[in-house]
Ligand binder design. Structure first.
Ligand code: ATP
Ligand code: MG
Length: 356
């Protein structure tokens, strides 16, 4: 479908923008929800520090970077222990933490020591807060800071993320365990969009002179965290929230080159899959038959094959790898549905966010 070229949404953009802003505001957690999350965190922290005196206990994820939305009572907690570096050590601690939480009266305790990142899941009964505890998950703490720094540069990021996360939940495409994408992945997709507007709203912090440096295993995490100097970076871009929401869906429906491109927030641009050696997952039969993705012409827009999103620090980690043949079709259908509604409907919002 190339009929979108040059098209703009049919709705009155000012009205659409006002409605989307109001919706983004209404998605922010209430003070009561925040208080409950902090209460849950303090309790978990005291239990962990009683068992591991001197250990660091950090909050990360959306509650820590300002991107949590209402009615999502989840917190992500990282236990920082010296000398526990390998997978086996982390798995063992996950087992111990599971027993500890069970004994403390937590509900639904579920240790997953064999996960890529060993984790213990449980629910704090008094507040109903769902907690994930991971061990020495430093990369996640650092990417939480990176995202928080991006949020501080331009307020449109948090609003766009709130709407995209809400849309993804409503449309049932926010579940990496079922083949769709994690919240973190959607956050990176939003940052990418804002970095790649014709006039960028966000810089690529990892391309600027680094003021923050941390080595985690084989990965070097470096970026500019001098946010004061960058505040107002996006002010030359005057796009409204409505225009950015439209741009997001239009990009993922019709513009992103699924066969070639890897989204890289690190670079503030797309990489070619050949450069990443992620071509194993390319699926366009016509081009495969003619010699693989390398045979695709540069402007090729062959059928969606895969969503490839590079983690900003763990460069071998593709956040889109949860997507398979069937779910990538579902995802693309949802992006196209959203873009088409925005393009053609006079009043698209009820349908756009309608439960699947
Ligand atoms: P939500 O509000 O839906 O919980 P979130 O931003 O907390 O959103 P989660 O999926 O709960 O996202 O992930 C929590 C944090 O863990 C992320 O902010 C990120 O720092 C880290 N994280 C999650 N998934 C990955 C991943 N696949 N690779 C690297 N880090 C990840
Ligand atoms: Mg979370």
């Amino acid at each position: 479908d190339r009929s979108h070229n040059g098209r703009q949404p049919k709705a009155n953009m000012e009205e659409l923008d006002a409605a989307l802003r109001q919706m983004a505001d209404s998605l922010m957690p209430t003070p009561e929800e925040r208080a409950a999350q902090m209460e849950a965190f303090e309790w978990v922290k005291s239990l962990l520090q009683a068992r591991y005196p001197g250990a660091g206990v950090h909050l990360f994820g959306s509650v820590a970077n300002g991107l949590s939305v209402r009615h999502n009572n989840d917190i992500d907690v990282c236990l920082e222990l010296e000398g526990v570096d390998d997978q086996a050590g982390k798995a063992e601690v996950a087992g111990v933490v599971g027993e500890l939480m069970e004994a403390a009266g937590m509900a639904e305790v579920l240790p997953l020591p064999k996960a890529r990142v060993p984790v213990v899941k449980f629910v704090v009964p008094r507040t109903g807060t769902k907690v994930d505890v991971t061990v020495n998950n430093l990369l996640a703490c650092i990417n939480t800071k990176l995202v928080a720094d991006y949020c501080a540069i331009d307020a449109r990021l948090a609003a766009l993320v709130a709407l995209v996360k809400h849309w993804a939940k409503q449309r049932a495409v926010n579940d990496p365990y079922r083949g769709t994408l994690s919240s973190y992945c959607y956050v990176l997709m939003c940052i990418h969009l804002l970095q790649t507007r014709p006039t960028p709203v966000l810089p690529a912090l990892q391309q600027l002179q680094p003021t923050f440096r941390r080595a985690v295993g084989q990965w070097t995490c470096e970026f500019c965290d001098n946010i004061e100097a960058l505040r107002g970076f996006g002010a030359v871009n005057c796009e409204s929230l409505a225009q950015l929401v439209w741009a997001f869906f239009e990009y993922w429906a019709w513009r992103h080159n699924y066969s070639h491109d890897v989204v890289s927030v690190r670079l503030g641009a797309c990489l070619h899959k050949d450069d990443k050696d992620w071509t194993r997952r390319i699926g366009n039969e016509r081009h495969l038959a003619s010699g693989g993705p390398a045979a695709c012409p540069p402007a090729c827009r062959c059928l969606p094959s895969d969503v490839c999103i590079e983690d900003p620090f763990e460069l071998s980690h593709d956040l889109g790898r949860t997507v398979d043949r069937q779910t990538r079709a579902v995802l693309h259908k949802e992006f196209t549905r959203a873009a088409t509604l925005l393009r053609d409907a006079d009043d698209p919002l009820d349908l756009l966010f309608a439960p699947y």
